[in-house]
Design a protein around this ligand. Structure first.
Ligand code: F0G
Length: 406
């Protein structure tokens, strides 16, 4: 395990109590400060003895790999998407497809770290609020670790595949009367009363695992740093995790510049994009967020301030896309590249198209879109936005007739 401490991101105080989620002194957000002195003597190639995946980057992680609870997370493909780049009009675009993680989303990167740490601490019950993916992931890793698990879901607004996963892995699935922000408030209350160990991304160990998506992108591009990385923003921890990974690579001298981090939100659920448009470093919570991309239907993002810092400090950008733009981008990825992502993930590609059309993104840029989750998580949205199956008689002639149509 690399030496590290948990500190307050806002006042810098060191935090010893591993069961608190905010700074006991000032109420600020927490973060992990890694001691990277040993990594300073290493090169990226030294890590390549380990397979591509979260634990290849153990020297940047705060949990001893000997204690890891793993289902072989990470190691996802980075697709060069030529047809998509040509259609959108950008020189070089890639899709990092996080839907190929064990439970089908990037959350597994954070959960392997978070649940490993929970086990180190001897936690008896773990829990999280979720729009779906976090709960699916926590339920799987809690099973693997043999720890009891409770997930708090906004009633009626979780995609079917995600709900099925949480039920399948045997979590106590609680359907809360309210939206994600309400469910999170309840889960946090339980954690504050020490009735469960909270594994939402406010837990600073979660983003530590999520840093690995950036380390992998750099490895896969052979440290040819892209100009821009685009990702959907919901509770806002993932963009922060990518930023933190970039800062750490700079600290050890493996990179000397950073990509512009660009966050995309759904139009009906956009506190961070609105704050960015107003050049603010803080944001106003939205009371009734709404979007077809239920994964990012979040009005009060816990890591919102960290996300805004990540965007400003990398000279990045934030914007919104409409539900129609999200569905069009999801379909374009399927039809042109054979990749099936869930709506929230398609927001990154919708954002690339919009910002290219508006001239914010230059034609000459090399861009990576992080597509955070698998399309099979949310089959209802795909079926509702696709043509119906074609009734067909049981004969060759009937099939030929249908194939002859446009
Ligand atoms: N994409 C997908 C598929 C997600 O599930 C989420 C968040 C995000 C993007 C946004 O990431 O919150 O770090 O900004 N899903 C959480 C959940 C909230 O409960 O599964 P973020």
């Amino acid at each position: 395990m690399a030496a590290h401490k948990v500190i307050c991101w806002e006042c810098g105080a060191e935090v010893d109590d591993m069961f608190v989620n905010l700074c006991p002194r000032c109420g600020g957000l927490l973060t992990v400060k890694m001691d990277l002195t040993k990594v300073q003597e290493m090169k990226p190639q030294d890590l390549r003895k380990e397979p591509l995946g979260v634990w290849r980057y153990a020297p940047f992680m705060p949990v001893d790999p000997a204690h890891k609870v793993s289902i072989l997370e990470g190691g996802t493909p980075l697709y060069p998407v030529k047809a998509l780049s040509e259609t959108i009009g950008v020189k070089e675009a890639y899709v990092k497809f996080e839907g190929l993680n064990p439970t089908g989303s990037f959350k597994d990167r954070g959960m392997t770290m978070g649940v490993s740490h929970a086990k180190e601490l001897g936690a008896k019950v773990v829990g999280c609020a979720s729009t779906g993916n976090t709960s699916a992931s926590l339920a799987a890793y809690a099973s693997k670790a043999g720890i009891k698990c409770a997930v708090f879901l906004p009633s009626g607004k979780v995609a079917m595949g995600k709900l099925a996963q949480a039920l399948f892995f045997g979590a106590k699935v609680l359907s809360i009367d309210g939206n994600f922000d309400d469910a999170l408030a309840l889960a946090r209350k339980m954690a504050d009363e020490r009735k469960l160990y909270l594994l939402n991304s406010i837990n600073p160990y979660r983003p530590e695992g999520q840093k690995s998506v950036l380390f992998e992108i750099m490895d896969q591009l052979d440290y040819n740093i892209p100009d821009r990385i685009i990702l959907p923003v919901g509770n806002a921890a993932n963009i922060w995790a990518v930023y933190k990974a970039l800062q750490e690579l700079k600290e050890v001298g493996w990179i000397d510049k950073v990509p512009m981090l660009t966050g995309i939100q759904a139009e009906g659920s956009a506190p961070i994009a609105k704050a960015f448009a107003a050049k603010r470093h803080d944001f106003d919570a939205e009371l009734n967020p709404e979007t077809i991309a239920t994964a990012i239907r979040i009005g009060n993002p816990v890591s919102g301030k960290k996300a805004l810092h990540a965007i400003y400090d990398t000279r990045g950008f934030a914007t919104t896309v409409t539900d129609a733009e999200i569905i069009a981008a999801q379909s374009m990825l399927g039809k042109k590249e054979g990749v099936c992502v869930e709506p929230a993930s398609a927001a990154s590609v919708a954002g690339l198209k919009k910002l290219r059309d508006e001239g914010v993104i230059d034609r000459d840029e090399r861009v990576v879109c992080i597509c955070t989750g698998n399309g099979l998580k949310d089959p209802d949205t795909i079926i509702n936005n696709s043509p119906a199956p074609i009734p067909c008689a049981n004969s060759v002639a009937a099939v030929e007739d249908i194939l002859a149509r446009d």
